[in-house]
Ligand binder design. Structure first.
Ligand code: ATP
Ligand code: MG
Length: 521
C-alpha cells in the first residue's frame, strides 16, 4: 500500500457491531442536526430530535408528508424540492444553503446535504437528509458584510484624503474619490498599476517608492512628505502614511496608503518665512543705516572741533596756542576715542580682561563711584544676595555697564525716586531665557520707579545711537555698551518696563563652575 494520505477504502461496515435499534437511538438523539430520511418521492419517513428542534414538527405530525413543506412558497412554486431530489439522485449528492420554514412560519437559514440511498442492486430506495440551522452564522456574516460595506462606502466617500491599498509589491488594489480628486486618475486607470507612477521621475530613479514600502514592511508604518505627480503632470506636496497590513499569521498581504495634499499649507508656511526674512532684512538695513548715520554724525562733530582748532593753530603759527582751543580739541579727541570703545563694546569686539569675580564684591568696591551718579533726590538701595557664585568678567566693563544702567535710571526720575541694585543667584531651566543654556547664573538687576518706557522704546533701547534724550544729553550708546559687554561675557539681559511703571533691567552672567566656586561670604 502506498503511503499517500488518501483515505483507505472501508472494507468492513464500521457500524456492523451496532444493532439497528442502537443506530436508531443514536440518530434520533442527535439534536444539533436534523437527520431524517425521505422516500424516493420525497416523503418524510424518519425524524430525529434535531429535526423536531429546527423545524418544529413532531415525528407524528410530519412522517408521511412531503418534505417540500419545509421550503418557502416561492421555492415550492419554482419546483426547487423536486429539483434537489433529482440532482442528488443523478450526481450522488446535493448541497445548498437556503431559507427553510419552521412549523410556526418563521424562516431560518439552513445548510442542507441530501444523499441518495441505494440498495445492493443500485436501486434508489430513498434519501438521507441532513440539515443544520446556520441562521446565526449567516447573520454574523451578513453583519460583517454590512459593516465592511459601510466602511468601504465611508472610505470611498472621503474626498480630502487619497485612501487606497497596495499589493505587497506596490500594485494599486483599490481607489477612493479623494485619490481620484487629488491625483486625477480614475479607478480604472490605476487599478493594477504600480503606485510608483505617483512619484517624481527623480524619486523613481532613486528607488524611493520601493524603499518606502520596505520601511513600512519592516517598521509596520512609515510617514513622509514629498513631491508627488498628478495625472496632468503637475506636482503637489504630499503628506503620506503607509501602513503594512498583515493577516493573523503575520504574512504581509498589502499596504494601506493615506495621502494628503498639503501644498497650500506648505506654501503658506514658505510665504510666511519669506515675509519674515524680508522684514528682518529691512530691519537690519534700517539699523545699519541708523548706526552708520550716528557714527558719521558724531565723528563729524568731534572732527569739526579738532579740524577748526588745527586751523586756528595754523593761522597763528607764531602765537602760543590758545589753551581753551587745545582743551576743547583734547575733549573732542577723548570723546571720539571713548565713542570708538563703546562701538567696539557693542560689536563685542573690545578686548575683555575676564577674571573670576564675585559681583557683590565688585559692587561694594564701586560703591563710592556709583553713589556719585545720583543726586540727592534719588535714593539708592543695594540689595545683595548672601551668597553669589563667581563669574568670569571684566571688572572695568562691568562697572561701566552698571554705571550706564544707573545713569539711565537717574535720568528717568527727574523728580527723584528709588533706585535699587540687587543681586541673586538663579538656576535657569532650559529655554527660560532662550539664548542661555540651563544652569547657574549670577543675576544683577537695576530697577527704578521712574518714567518707564513704551514697548517701542524698550524694543529699540539697546540699538546704538538710539536715544530719546535731547541733543547733547544722550548719545544712545549706554545700553549698547551694556548689551555688547553682557553678550561678550556669555550672558544675556532682560528688560521689564512700562510707561509710568518704572524699569527693571536684569543682567545674567554664567557662574563659573570650573573651580570650586560659590564661595559663601
Ligand atoms: N531706566 C530707564 N527708564 C526709562 N527709559 C530708559 C531707561 N533706560 C534706557 N531708557 C531709554 O532707552 C534709551 C537708550 O538708552 P541708552 O542708555 O542706550 O542711551 P541714552 O541714555 O539715551 O544715552 P547715553 O547713555 O549714551 O548717554 C534712552 O534714551 C531712554 O529712552
Ligand atoms: Mg544712557
Amino acid at each position: 500500500m502506498s503511503t499517500s494520505s488518501t483515505v483507505a477504502p472501508i472494507t468492513t461496515n464500521p457500524w456492523s457491531n451496532v444493532s439497528t435499534e442502537q443506530f436508531r437511538l443514536f440518530l434520533s438523539s442527535v439534536t444539533d442536526y436534523a437527520v431524517y430520511m425521505l422516500s424516493p418521492e420525497g416523503i418524510v419517513n424518519s425524524w430525529n430530535a434535531g429535526a423536531q428542534r429546527f423545524k418544529g414538527y413532531t415525528a407524528e405530525e410530519i412522517i408521511g408528508q412531503h418534505f417540500s413543506k419545509f421550503y418557502p412558497a416561492e421555492d415550492q412554486e419554482s419546483g426547487k424540492p423536486s429539483r434537489a431530489l433529482r440532482i442528488a439522485a443523478e450526481q450522488g449528492k446535493y448541497e445548498e444553503e437556503g431559507w427553510r420554514v419552521h412549523k410556526n412560519g418563521r424562516r431560518f437559514w439552513a445548510s442542507v446535504v441530501l444523499d441518495p440511498i441505494r440498495d445492493d442492486a443500485g436501486q434508489l430506495i430513498g434519501f438521507a437528509k441532513i440539515t443544520r440551522d446556520v441562521t446565526e452564522r449567516r447573520q454574523a456574516q451578513e453583519a460583517l458584510r454590512a459593516s465592511e460595506e459601510r466602511f468601504r462606502l465611508l472610505v470611498q466617500g472621503v474626498t480630502d484624503y487619497a485612501i487606497y491599498m497596495l499589493s505587497p509589491s506596490g500594485q494599486v488594489t483599490n481607489w477612493n474619490q479623494g485619490a481620484q480628486r487629488i491625483k486625477g486618475y480614475t479607478e480604472n486607470e490605476v487599478l493594477g498599476t504600480s503606485f510608483s507612477r505617483f512619484y517624481t521621475p527623480e524619486d523613481q530613479e532613486a528607488g524611493i517608492p520601493a524603499a518606502a514600502l520596505r520601511k513600512a514592511a519592516d517598521d509596520g508604518r512609515t510617514e513622509m512628505e514629498g513631491w508627488r505627480v498628478r495625472k496632468d503632470g503637475t506636482r503637489f506636496w504630499a503628506h503620506v502614511i503607509i501602513d503594512a497590513i498583515r493577516n493573523d499569521m503575520g504574512d504581509l498581504i498589502g499596504f494601506a496608503k493615506i495621502t494628503r495634499d498639503i501644498t497650500e499649507r506648505m506654501e503658506t508656511a514658505r510665504a510666511l518665512e519669506q515675509a519674515r526674512e524680508a522684514l528682518f532684512q529691512a530691519q537690519k538695513m534700517d539699523a545699519i543705516g541708523k548706526l552708520t548715520g550716528g557714527i558719521a554724525h558724531d565723528f563729524n562733530n568731534l572732527l569739526a572741533v579738532i579740524v577748526s582748532g588745527l586751523e586756528r593753530l595754523k593761522s597763528r603759527p607764531d602765537d602760543a596756542p590758545n589753551p581753551k582751543v587745545l582743551a576743547s580739541m583734547e575733549r573732542a579727541a577723548n570723546r571720539a576715542s571713548s565713542l570708538t570703545e563703546q562701538l567696539l563694546a557693542f560689536a563685542r569686539k573690545q578686548p575683555l580682561k575676564r577674571e573670576r569675580h564675585n559681583l557683590n564684591e565688585l559692587l561694594r568696591t564701586f560703591d563710592p563711584v556709583l553713589q556719585q551718579v545720583t543726586d540727592r533726590t534719588v535714593r539708592v538701595h543695594f540689595n545683595l544676595a548672601a551668597t553669589l557664585g563667581e563669574v568670569m568678567v571684566d571688572a572695568t566693563q562691568f562697572e561701566v555697564a552698571i554705571l550706564n544702567l544707573m545713569t539711565n535710571s537717574r535720568d528717568a526720575m527727574p523728580k527723584g525716586g528709588n533706585l535699587t541694585v540687587s543681586t541673586e543667584e538663579v538656576i535657569l531651566r532650559p529655554g527660560e531665557i532662550p539664548s542661555l543654556p540651563a544652569g547657574r547664573y549670577a543675576k544683577v538687576t537695576v530697577s527704578d520707579d521712574g518714567d518707564g518706557m513704551t514697548a517701542e522704546v524698550a524694543a529699540r533701547a539697546f540699538e546704538p545711537f538710539f536715544t530719546t534724550k535731547p541733543v547733547g544729553e544722550g548719545t544712545g550708546m549706554g545700553l549698547s555698551q551694556v548689551f555688547g559687554f553682557v553678550k561678550q561675557s556669555d550672558g544675556d539681559l532682560t528688560i521689564h518696563s512700562a510707561p509710568g511703571q518704572g524699569t527693571s533691567i536684569s543682567v545674567y552672567l554664567p557662574v563659573d563652575n570650573s573651580l570650586e566656586s560659590g564661595k559663601a561670604e
